[in-house]
Design a protein around this ligand. Sequence first.
Ligand SMILES: Nc1ncnc2c1ncn2[C@@H]1O[C@H](COP(=O)(O)OP(=O)(O)OP(=O)(O)O)[C@@H](O)[C@H]1O
Ligand SMILES: [Mg+2]
Length: 344
Amino acid sequence: MEAESCAASPGTGDEFGRLSTQPEEGEADLVSDGSGQMIARPKGGTVSLTWEDLCVTVADEQHRCISILQGLTGCARPGEVLAIIGPSGCGKSTLLDALAGRLSRKTKRTGQILLNGRKEPLAYGTSVRKSIAWLGCVTQDDVLTWTLTVREAIYLSAQLQLPDSMPLLEKKQRADTTIKEMGLHDAIDTRIGGLGNRGLSNGQKRRLSIYLEISTRPKLLFLDEPRRGLMRRIVSLAEQNKMTVLASIHQPNSEVFELYKSLCLLSLGRTVYFGLSSEATQFFPLNGFPCPSLQNPSDHYLRTINTDFDEDIEQGFGGKQSTEGVIKLLVSSYVSSNTYRQIQ
Ligand SMILES: Nc1ncnc2c1ncn2[C@@H]1O[C@H](COP(=O)(O)OP(=O)(O)OP(=O)(O)O)[C@@H](O)[C@H]1O
Ligand SMILES: [Mg+2]
């Protein structure tokens, strides 16, 4: 993060929750959000999400602008899971929040976010939420009603979230499928629980939060740190249902890492690499950081760009560099790469 002197504008927040351009006929359905406001729902059943030169800043107590994300550009496509990887504090959750339209009011966002090539409203958690069954979001902290049992939470969610046009029996079947998929049979009648009321384990809560969201088969899904064990299932659901999934992942093991076709690697709020995971294996060696044999590539990438344990890094062609120097080198190499030009 960088601090610079500028007039912070707390309260401007993210205004992404409004229709900034009217969709053209044939590109989107206008549907009511239940409160009388009309919102756009893309036709064609799939969602491509693009962001260009995305910056997020926050004002500190001295009203200085602190930069959290700096000029990120990327895209997420239907049928794929985009893995957002980077060290703690690099901006993974902020990127997901910015794209899902759920940044806090203290922050300010600039840059473009396009849904199927157009500016569309995406404001998870507002009145828009209920009517757009195509948008799902699981945050890093689980938000569950602790007094419900697992079964009650799933049935309630199916009734509230699945479209009104779906018959009740079909909703119940979908809920039963979710219960089977989740691997929570043993805890099905356990109360979720919370502080002072022991119920599900943290892992079980995480699993439940994710399945509640994916049971609606949203066309666009934001997942902040899903459990590794669920990723195979999420990748196959994304493929089968042409879902566009963006998942922040802290430290994937090699088995999980191999599931991702597309990779967004962040450090200090900047894009170090964005593109096919398979091509990242060439990008690092090309810049002097070959992955040691028998090392998981994602561990190697993270170790190379993690300033937490700052120590000079051995470069492939001799010499040592500070981690910040390495990050700068990789960022500028990425910006001048063909991969970057293609994404633009
Ligand atoms: N509203 C805010 N006010 C001040 N600082 C913020 C705010 N939101 C995020 N930050 C800072 O921005 C940086 C990125 O935070 P973010 O939560 O996006 O990181 P992350 O990559 O998701 O980390 P983790 O892997 O630990 O979840 C952090 O240094 C964090 O302290
Ligand atoms: Mg996070």
